[in-house]
Write a new protein. Structure first.
Lengths: 264, 176
């Protein structure tokens, strides 16, 4: 939109007379050939995406790729040094999180491996406690450690513990409702935990008892598992309770539970 | 494929625009050598940033924008203010009759335009010689239409004062 009228303003006429030096054809040809060179040189570098975006993608690759590679390396190293068999789990492990729905996942073989490994551990611990260099009385913590190992070794001792491996190999494991009840043993609501324990006990199922026995190794759900076992009249549960009542770790908890149940 | 077609189209547009770009650069700088150098730099910058070109604006406007930005860099950072290749004589020293007899008046007017401050020169050249509208100039210079209008008025006032002696002659003269 031109704001001025060139016919009325003499300045516009004067401006239109302006003449600059004109470039000859040689300069123009030189520029055109220079453009062709530039176009050929940069043809491979051209991209529809701005270079800044590529820089961002490269940075993103480094920022994400490096931690992922490190995590994979650590995971590989961890699994490389990890023993093939599953050893005795920590007391904080949630057994209900990996509830087996089929018999194969209950893996009685792993129980046998646990057995052998725990025995070795027990011998080691006993060696430490009975070592001649020990000149002081063991602390309560050390005694508790020894008691725990004895308990676990007792659990793995086929002569003392119930024959759970035989039981679980007989049939498929309990159904989904049982699995739900087993999971309910670790919910925050106390009344729901107790109710789940009662329902599990009412099933009178040796397989459920065997799984409850395994759950007693986990402190988080030990009390509820013991309640369920105490309420059960199943033979596997009864045999375990006889064995556990003499155990230094589980014995006190079991007696307290039995007192609580007798008052009701 | 869209990319090669776009590339070929870009090459073609650049080749077609080179004469206009060179002429525009000469009007901005007032010197042929500087203008050629400016256009070469503009071509280089265009190859680097051709992906940013969208068909929203005309190719001319986009290329002229590059030239304008480069010219500002040249003037403010690299080179002092430069004028025409002609000897920089004061236009008022020549008698008007003598000037009107030959082509010298045309060069004097051109030199007066090329001696304007950068922003005023850009606006005037784009408006008077390239035929850009106020909105197009505002888009090319990244400013508002009101700013373009006021800058153009200031530039015209300066030129009017400087070329006052020749204004009457210009009205009588026939432009070939």
């Amino acid at each position: 939109m031109r704001e001025t009228n060139s016919e009325s303003d003499p300045l516009d006429k004067l401006l239109l007379q302006a003449r600059w030096p004109e470039a000859d054809a040689e300069r123009l040809r030189r520029l055109q050939s220079r453009w062709q060179e530039l176009s050929a040189e940069t043809s491979l570098q051209r991209t529809p995406l701005p270079p800044a975006l590529f820089a961002g993608m490269r940075a993103h690759t480094v920022m994400v790729g490096a931690p992922v590679a490190a995590a994979l390396l650590i995971a590989f190293a961890f699994w490389a040094v990890r023993p093939s068999s599953q050893t005795v789990t920590s007391d904080q492990d949630d057994l209900t999180a990996e509830l087996p729905l089929t018999l194969e996942k209950f893996e009685p073989e792993s129980l046998e491996r646990e057995e052998s490994q725990v025995v070795v551990t027990q011998e080691t611990t006993e060696d430490v406690v009975q070592a001649p260099a020990l000149v002081r009385e063991p602390t309560m913590y050390e005694l508790a450690l020894v008691a725990r190992h004895r308990h676990r070794s007792g659990m793995a001792d086929s002569s003392a513990a119930p024959d759970t491996t035989v039981i679980v190999t007989q049939n498929q494991l309990p159904l989904e409702d049982t699995a739900e009840l087993l999971k309910a043993l670790s919910v925050p609501n106390v009344s729901k935990r107790r109710e789940a324990a009662r329902q599990l006990a009412a099933k009178q199922d040796p397989q459920v008892s065997a799984y409850l026995i395994r759950m007693t190794q986990n402190e988080a759900v030990r009390r509820e598992a013991l309640i369920a076992l105490s309420l059960s009249t199943d033979q596997v549960a009864q045999r375990y309770l006889q064995h556990a009542s003499q155990d230094l770790t589980i014995g006190p908890s079991l007696r307290a539970i039995q007192v609580m149940l007798s008052r009701r | 494929m869209a990319l090669p077609q776009g590339r070929a189209l870009f090459d073609q547009r650049m080749t077609d625009s080179l004469p206009a770009a060179l002429k525009f650069a000469i009007r901005l700088t007032g010197r042929i050598d500087a203008a050629e150098e400016l256009v070469q730099e503009a071509m280089l910058r265009a190859t680097r940033s051709w992906a940013t070109y969208r068909n929203e604006a005309s190719f001319h406007t986009w290329l002229f924008q590059i030239i304008i930005n480069l010219h500002r860099e040249f003037v403010t950072r690299k080179r002092p203010h430069e004028t025409l290749e002609q000897d920089s004589t004061d236009p008022n020293q020549h008698p008007p009759d003598a000037i009107a007899a030959g082509n010298e008046l045309e060069f004097i007017v051109a030199r007066c335009v090329s001696e304007l401050p950068i922003r005023q020169r850009e606006v005037l050249v784009l408006s008077v010689y390239e035929g850009f509208s106020t909105e197009e100039i505002a888009h090319a210079l990244q400013t508002t239409a009101a700013n373009v209008y006021s800058t153009l008025n200031v530039a015209r006032s300066k030129l009017r004062a400087r070329l006052e002696k020749y204004l009457n002659m210009a009205s009588e003269r026939v432009i070939p």
